[in-house]
Design a protein around this ligand. Structure first.
Ligand SMILES: O=P(O)(O)OP(=O)(O)OP(=O)(O)OC[C@H]1O[C@@H](n2cnc3c(O)ncnc32)[C@H](O)[C@@H]1O
Ligand SMILES: [Mg+2]
Length: 214
């Protein structure tokens, strides 16, 4: 394996590198895992550049991102590959959620992705969709037993954006049970019930068991 970016061991064994550059995800990770006694360090703070995400499943991309961060830092790493899967679009944008508009010749931004999504669903009565998050934790780059956790959250795509919270597709992702879009939900409410929140709770249980903390 190649040189790590930093060889200085951290004093606390509970430091985990968050293998993500998405500020929205990092906020949600820190809010949930911070209260569980794990200190999160964003990979950007350690100089880790964006990893390649060449695969067609969330699982493979998440594993690639976690290994990449662990390889370059020499530390445990946690990655999240997630996205929006729309029934009427055969599961698209799926693993391409972050690059949806870009792959159609537009820019890489939440605004462009949302505009592209609304266009693609024009005249389509079936609005069912779900968010999916797959989390992978590796204790080290060659960890033969990564911890994997998955969460899903069902909703409907609405044309009119509503709300200012969250990130990504949240202003267009309506949750019938809540009667509002995810961007209208308080951040704590989203973290409690979201795809990422569910996956993180499962991951935490497994992580604590591995740490011998339960
Ligand atoms: O790979 P990293 O660095 O973690 O950041 P990213 O934004 O590229 O993340 P992904 O490759 O996993 O792509 C996920 C995209 O799916 C969307 N997404 C995932 N979770 C979401 C959420 O909770 N709310 C809104 N959109 C979400 C959003 O557009 C993300 O950019
Ligand atoms: Mg990405």
């Amino acid at each position: 394996m190649s040189e790590t970016l930093s060889s200085t061991p951290l004093p606390d064994g509970k430091d985990i590198v968050l293998a993500s550059n998405n500020a929205g995800k990092l906020r949600e990770f820190s809010a949930i895992l911070g209260t569980a006694g794990f200190r999160m360090i964003a990979q950007g703070e350690l100089g880790v550049p964006e990893a390649e995400e060449p695969y067609f499943t969330f699982l493979e991309n998440a594993l690639a991102k976690a290994r990449h961060a662990s390889l370059l830092t020499g530390r445990p790493a946690l990655a999240d590959d997630s996205g929006l899967c729309v029934d009427a679009l055969a599961g698209a944008p799926g693993v391409m959620s972050a690059r949806y508009a870009m792959l159609a010749g537009g820019e890489r931004s939440d605004a462009a992705n949302n505009a592209h999504l609304v266009r693609e669903l024009q005249g389509q009565p079936n609005r069912k969709a779900r968010y999916v998050a797959v989390l992978v934790y590796v204790g080290h780059v060659d960890d033969p037993c990564p911890i994997v956790a998955q969460g899903e959250w069902a909703g409907e795509i609405v044309d009119e954006p509503k709300g200012g919270n969250g990130f990504g597709y949240d202003p267009h992702f309506y949750i019938p049970a809540q009667g509002m879009t995810v961007a209208e939900l308080a951040p704590e409410a989203k973290n409690r019930i979201s795809h990422r929140g569910q996956a993180l709770q499962a991951l935490l249980t497994a992580l604590k068991a591995r740490e011998g903390a339960v």
